[in-house]
Design a protein around this ligand. Structure first.
Ligand code: SF4
Length: 347
């Protein structure tokens, strides 16, 4: 009986409205009323009261009129097309308007890609090769918002740092007083697992915060002299900073990863992470703060490389040149995903 109801519910879209309203009365299942053993077993799990048997529900198939009504439903294929359009639109908007060097340009991106972007080189197709990136970045933003809207320990959040003389424009997640810089990083479980086991941040994340630190320490006057109405977020409040600690708040948010081939492998993977972080006692096992004491770490080499990278981008832009492919800031492992691969092959 229940399966018949289910079949008819699925076919409901094909039933004309008049017939549908007639049938509707037959489909209503009152609370604590069950139609057969299947519902009974479901209800037993939900409510403690013994369900009352009701055998009066009958479906009169003769009343079903199979008049076709085209339903307009969600389909994955159409949704992927929507994502594709949104992705192209977003990339186009960003790439045609960007004027400054971002933190990711220094921490992660290929220098040729950064230069093609800042020189306004043509892009053949604005669509990213890996479209799930759209959902991943949406999740990342939601995680940032969640933590920032709840946490009371940050003294400053979403701080814009613009240094026009270096063409730099970045945004710090959070500061605590004048000496702690906090960066929220959402990541897949594969990265998260490596981070909690090694107790080390990803190199690109480390470079990113060192760039912020360098800017706060060396360019604060220029940053604070920018007209506030040109900044989209907050302005650094203090007149000086002396960043001694870097905190990463790592949050594992998904399992979409080329390192994992199946759902069962993914479940095993997460179980292992849960075990490592004792999820019985730690309900927020998917969030881990990692604190670095910069009194204990020599960051000179990283900092020099960051400055060299920023200066080289500026030099190339001033002279309208592109470094060759053997340059140390070129990232061949990014080529597969790069939107400038066509123009890059010609230079
Ligand atoms: S195709 Fe490769 S080398 Fe060329 S800009 Fe893109 S990432 Fe860099």
């Amino acid at each position: 009986m229940y399966s018949e109801i289910i079949n008819n519910i699925i076919d409901d879209t094909k039933i004309n409205k008049q017939k549908n309203s007639k049938l509707k009365n037959n489909y209503i299942v009152e609370p604590n009323v069950t139609t057969n053993n299947t519902i009974k077993s479901i209800a037993d799990n939900i409510i403690n009261n013994p369900p009352v048997e009701n055998n009066n529900i009958e479906i009169n198939n003769a009343e079903i009129n199979n008049t076709e009504v085209s339903p307009f439903l969600f389909t994955l294929q159409n949704f992927i097309l929507d994502i594709e359009n949104k992705n192209k639109q977003k990339n186009k908007e960003y790439l045609t308007n960007v004027k400054n060097i971002s933190a990711y340009d220094i921490s992660s991106n290929c220098i040729r890609e950064t230069l093609f972007k800042l020189m306004g080189c043509p892009v053949e197709d604005y669509k990213d090769i890996w479209l799930p990136i759209m959902m991943r970045s949406f999740l990342g933003n939601a995680i940032h918002d969640f933590i920032q809207s709840i946490c009371t320990c940050f003294t400053e959040s979403e701080i814009s740092l613009r240094v026009p003389s270096k063409r730099l424009s970045v945004r710090i997640d959070n500061l605590i007083n004048n000496n702690v810089l906090v960066e929220i990083k959402s990541c897949p479980y594969t990265d998260y697992s490596k981070i909690i086991n090694s107790k080390k941040p990803r190199i690109s994340d480390f470079k990113q915060v060192l760039l912020y630190r360098w800017m706060l320490h060396n360019c604060l006057d220029e940053i604070r002299s920018q007209p506030r109405n040109t900044l989209r977020t907050n302005f650094p409040k203090l007149e000086n900073y002396n960043i001694k600690y870097i905190q990463f708040i790592y949050v594992a948010h998904d399992l979409i990863s080329s390192d994992i081939d199946s759902i069962s492998e993914a479940i095993k993977f997460v179980s292992k992470v849960k075990k490592t972080l004792d999820s019985k006692k730690n309900k927020f096992f998917f969030i881990t703060p990692l604190t670095l004491d910069l009194n204990q770490i020599d960051v000179t080499e990283f900092e020099n490389e960051i400055i060299e990278h920023v200066n080289l981008i500026n030099y190339c832009l001033d002279n309208n040149i592109i470094p060759n492919k053997s340059n140390k800031f070129v990232k061949p492992d990014h080529c597969f995903f790069c939107l400038y691969s066509k123009v890059c092959s010609t230079v």
